[in-house]
Write a protein that binds this ligand. Structure first.
Ligand code: ARG
Length: 457
């Protein structure tokens, strides 16, 4: 029987299927370090309550450190009846130091314990992910800087729209990741609150110093209400929704790269592609398809846990054990995707010639309209005039820039010799010098801003 399940009031054994159904050790053992940290802090706090003498606390801490060693070495042995990480660690502690181990749990419940462990684990993971994002943003910014002179076609509705810089496009995918990093920074303080000392639901009967516990564990604050503390999983849902947003951004990036790769504008490194078992010529962008695909299940996890929480009565209910698997999966998937995205960006090679080939003079039709704007013609009028030029070129089956000055002047007499200067992609791009625009200076400024943000992560 387990430490708690077969406690004093139970006589019969548990159905083996129930044990398997109920156990969480198989997955919550990932929180072994956090569980031990929480217990060490709790032992220390219980010197002040008078539950433990200094010597007893020292013995418990020494025992917990030994349990820590066993997990770290991979020698910890789970026993039948170890229901979860909390009971497993306590069972082992008591084997190591005897009945004194049974004093550790005084006033504590697995309810405040699991909430504490999960928060510690989540905050650790979130801080770790911030470091991964830092690396991704710095690599992305570096690649953007190196390729700032390359031009490409910008699209709306997947229709050729206006020329832009390759780096401007790349930065357009880094900007959402900056927001993701900011959002992650914003949710950490809400996860980083200490529920320990809330007991099963009503609070701690021995006057434990919760502020001390919070400080020992590195939490930024204590939670405010013991009932809420044991069932609040907002921080898990927030992470899941956060990850959904990140994956959505990765998905959009992946789709753009897949399309650009199809147009031969970029080449994805062999390191992130696969071949076909049948077609020798194939090089498939599998890494990007997976990046694109992960967003769906990520959203499913967020919606799934939110639905689990919906309708739960106060306070702890075993439904809450369903938080771990999606949380762990989400963290793993996020870390994998950041690593893959970093690698893809670092190694994919833009092909300037092919990117240039995707540009066409029609993409300068707006510049043609803007030319007349600069001569004082209202834009609504110039838009119409430029449209007439596009139509004429189409009718003549020539490109827009092949229209002669005479043909242009036949459409509008205000076209002059200098109109031919419009047919320059580089100048078109350079005119977009507003903040956040695609001119070289504007893009370099965006890159600088990304770097200075990332460096502080
Ligand atoms: N394994 C449980 C979980 O993950 C720990 C808390 C169990 N508490 C209880 N009273 N059954 O949520």
């Amino acid at each position: 029987g387990s430490l708690f399940g077969a406690g004093g009031r139970f006589s019969g054994g548990t159905d083996p299927i129930m044990e398997k159904f109920n156990e969480s050790l198989s997955f919550d053992k990932r929180m072994w370090a956090q569980d031990i940290r929480g217990s060490i802090a709790y032992a220390k706090a219980n010197i002040k309550t008078g539950i433990l003498t200094q010597e007893e606390a020292d013995q418990i801490v020494a025992g917990l450190e030994q349990v820590h060693q066993e997990w770290a070495n991979g020698t910890f042995e789970a026993k039948p009846g170890d229901e979860d990480i909390h009971t497993a660690n306590e069972r082992r502690l008591t084997e190591l130091i005897g009945p004194l181990g049974g004093k550790l749990h005084t006033g504590r419940s697995r309810n405040d314990q699991v909430a504490t462990d999960t928060r510690l684990w989540t905050v650790d993971a979130e801080k770790d992910i911030l470091k991964d994002l830092k690396e991704l943003l710095l690599v992305g910014a570096q690649v953007a800087r190196e390729n700032v002179d390359i031009l490409m076609a910008g699209y709306t509705h997947l229709q050729p729209a206006q020329p832009i810089r390759y780096s401007h496009w790349l930065c357009s995918h880094l900007a959402p990741l900056v927001r993701d990093a900011q959002r992650l920074q914003e949710i950490i303080p809400r996860a980083n609150q200490c529920p320990l000392g809330s007991g099963a639901l009503a609070g701690n009967a021995f006057g434990v110093d919760r502020e001390f516990l919070a400080e020992e564990l590195g939490f930024g604050a204590v939670t405010s209400n013991s009932l809420d503390s044991v069932c609040d999983r907002d921080f898990v849902v927030e992470f899941l929704f956060w990850s959904t947003m990140l994956h959505t951004h990765f998905s959009q990036f992946a789709e753009d790269v897949i399309i650009t790769n199809l147009l031969r504008g970029v080449e994805i490194s062999d390191a992130y592609a696969t071949g076909s078992s049948l077609m020798p010529q194939k090089k498939n962008p599998d890494a990007l398809e997976l990046l694109r695909g992960k967003a769906g299940v990520a959203l499913g996890r967020a919606v799934g846990l939110a639905a689990t929480l919906k309708g739960l009565p106060r306070a702890y209910n075993k439904d809450l054990q369903e938080d771990k698997v999606p949380l762990f999966q989400a963290v793993d998937t996020v870390k994998d995707c950041i690593a893959i995205a970093t690698g893809v960006i670092a190694t994919m090679k833009p092909n300037p010639d092919m990117l240039m080939k995707a540009l066409c003079p029609e993409m300068l039709a707006t510049d043609l309209a803007d030319y007349l704007v600069r001569k004082g013609v209202p834009f609504r009028e110039t838009h119409h005039i430029s449209g007439a030029c596009v139509r004429l070129a189409e009718e003549q089956k020539i490109s827009l820039d092949s229209l002669t000055l005479e043909q242009l002047q036949a459409i509008d007499a205000r076209f002059e010799e200098d109109v031919m200067k419009v047919w320059d992609y580089e100048m078109s791009v350079e005119r977009k010098s507003s903040t956040g625009g695609t001119s070289k200076d504007s893009v370099l400024k965006q890159i600088d801003d990304i770097v200075s943000f990332a460096e502080k992560l």
